[in-house]
Ligand binder design. Structure first.
Ligand code: FES
Length: 599
């Protein structure tokens, strides 16, 4: 579909793309460091920073008109094509949530309104009651009081118990006590996923998702923190996230045939940066190791944050532990239940930032590591998100023959995180990589690329982009770096708590990575150590499942706060052991004592 957009002369093509609202790859946010914002110039006068473009584009691509949208400025009418690899398609999203939440006891309830303006007690003033409500008198505004007193027909009051205060949050005409709706959201760095929930039965009525519009401003958290330091940048990021949240809410209510105003409660799981930006907080403190992170949940009204439901609906964000272990990780813990188990569990949620939590019912400790976006398919030559056209499974025979599976059973466009782990583990097994993750030049399928040896996964003739899908030496160096960071973080955490591999009884894997990754490959490539006594569990989107649990149970909210308050955090940025373990982990699979059966 063609789009036409008018922008000031001298702005970049990326500015124009954002203005047009096109979902587009711009991982570094326009800093010229990711090379993903590729467009093809068809016509028009432009100026570009050629030396930076050249770093990311082959000579052949440059001849064909490829350039980087954030580095090209437009001075006259111009026409560009967005190639398939720069478009963002519907991501593969995990929508499973834990079904067992025990007793349903949401923080909002509905009651019919009773008023007495004529009886003997009315001499002291009209009284207002809520049928069946036995708690403290709910706080209400004078406006709400007047609406009740002047109503001619029946009214239903929605009372919220969140934040320790009973509060009348809305009034609905008629008797609507038979319906009560809430929305659970995972406000992810990349995607926003929502569930419309019947708060009476706990049923998931509808599911919807979209990309977090903040992506076109910058994909990495550090980029977003940098943008959010300035007030106007913060406002832009907040508006982008809200646009995505409101889009998901509209989809959910439209599909269910209800109005946005019928939503009575909202719960959000998100990392600390996402939650702070959503709340309009300055994220600057999150840049510092000693940042103080309050462990209280953030609670706002829909009106305060711009969510398009009834204005007084409360929006609850799961609490955070540290700058890099946020409400999404608390949601993981709630879902996995490691805070209630006698046995020791390890929980791993890998995205751009890796969160690792260790503990049991008596103690909990967490850490995070910069695992980089490789596990989400970014930062690699042929990497892409887990969406239609992404290779998600790879097998390599000893003769170098490659078998792949592509999401959507279509021609491949690139390779996503689980495919990347598969290919790395399979290349190591097939002798295509040596123990340090470097290519063996003489191995089948290895050829000389522009920047050194590379492995040809799918030739151009068989891809949707018309380009070879390859794993380059640079990709492997990047991937080794990411896997070493995760393995080192796990090792340091075990060492600090004097735990042996046998002591870990459960390993929970969260997020897309945990749901689709091949567990054998996670170990054989050396992302996870061997845990001989552990049961492995995949918990899917723990952030969403945590938001779901908190929506349906006020007790789950208390638990979430308790988990955040008692969980310790070790910052590896300032830890010498981590550096040592990181160097040791830069081999496949890693130190002998972590992989006893493989040596
Ligand atoms: Fe253009 Fe990253 S290089 S957005």
């Amino acid at each position: 579909m063609n789009r036409m957009v008018t922008v000031e002369a001298g702005l970049t093509v990326l500015d124009a793309i954002r203005e047009a609202g096109i979902q587009f790859e711009a991982i570094c946010g326009g800093k010229g460091t990711c090379g993903k914002c590729r467009v093809i110039r068809v016509s028009g006068k432009v100026s570009e920073e050629g030396s930076v473009c050249a770093k990311f584009l082959t000579l052949d691509e440059q001849r064909k008109g490829y350039c980087l949208a954030c580095l090209v400025r437009v001075w006259t009418d111009a026409v560009f094509t967005i190639p398939i690899e720069s478009r963002i398609d519907t991501p593969q999203i995990l929508l499973d949530v834990a079904r067992t939440i025990g007793t349903i006891h949401p923080s909002v309830h509905k009651y019919q309104v009773e008023k007495n303006t004529t009886g003997p007690t009315a001499i002291l003033g009209p009284s207002i009651r809520f049928t069946g409500y036995t708690g403290k008198r709910p706080v209400m505004t004078e406006e709400q009081r007047q609406v009740i007193l002047h109503a001619n027909g029946p009214l239903t009051g929605v009372i919220s118990l969140d934040g320790g205060t009973s509060r009348l949050i809305s009034l609905e005409e008629g008797d609507t006590t038979g319906s009560l709706f809430g929305i659970a959201l995972d406000l992810g760095t990349t995607t926003v996923v929502g569930l419309l929930i019947d708060l009476i039965t706990g049923e998931v009525i509808r599911r919807a998702s979209t990309l977090n519009r903040q992506i076109t401003l910058g994909e990495e958290l550090v980029t977003r923190i940098a943008i959010g330091r300035k007030e106007d940048g913060r406002a832009e990021l907040r508006a982008a996230a809200l646009g995505s949240i409101n889009e998901v809410i509209h989809k959910l209510t439209r599909d269910a045939g209800i109005m946005d105003s019928e939503i009575n409660d909202i719960c959000i799981g998100g990392n600390t940066v996402m939650s702070w930006l959503f709340a309009g907080r300055d994220p600057t403190p999150l840049e510092y190791v000693d940042a103080h992170i309050p462990t209280d949940p953030i609670i706002l009204t829909a009106k305060d944050c711009g969510i398009a439901t009834g204005p007084d609906v409360l929006v609850y964000c799961l609490p955070a532990v540290s700058r890099f272990v946020g409400g999404d990780a608390i949601g993981d813990v709630l879902t996995a239940g490691i805070h209630k188990k006698m046995e020791i569990s390890l929980l791993i949620d890998l995205g751009t930032n890796g969160e690792i939590i260790l503990g049991n019912k008596d103690w909990l400790v967490s850490t995070s590591c910069a695992s980089g976006p490789a596990f989400e398919g970014a930062g690699m030559r042929s990497g892409m998100r887990a969406m239609r056209g992404a290779i998600d499974t790879v097998k390599i025979g000893l003769d170098g023959h490659v078998t792949i599976h592509v999401i959507g059973d279509t021609e491949p466009k690139g390779i996503c995180g689980s495919g990347i782990i598969d290919v790395a583990a399979e290349m190591a097994r097939a002798g295509i990589l040596d123990f340090s993750g470097k290519f063996v030049d003489t191995a089948p399928g290895v050829r000389q690329g522009e920047n050194g040896p590379e492995f040809l996964l799918v030739p151009a003739l068989k891809t949707a982009t018309g380009k070879d899908i390859v794993i380059t030496s640079e990709d492997m160096a990047y991937l080794m770096d990411s896997k070493a960071a995760v393995l080192a973080a796990i090792t340091v955490l075990l060492q600090k708590y004097r735990l042996r591999l046998h002591d870990i009884q459960h390993v929970f894997l969260a997020g897309a990575f945990g749901s689709f990754g091949n567990i054998d490959h996670l170990i054989s490539f050396g992302i996870l150590p061997e845990f001989p006594s552990a049961k492995f569990h995949r918990i899917g989107n723990g952030s969403l499942a945590g938001a779901y649990a908190c929506l349906l149970s006020i007790d789950a909210r208390r638990e979430a706060t308790e988990i955040a308050e008692r969980m310790g955090y070790i910052d590896l940025l300032v830890d010498n052991d981590f550096i040592e373990e990181y160097w040791a982990a830069l081999r496949i699979p890693g130190k002998e004592e972590l992989f006893p059966s493989r040596f």
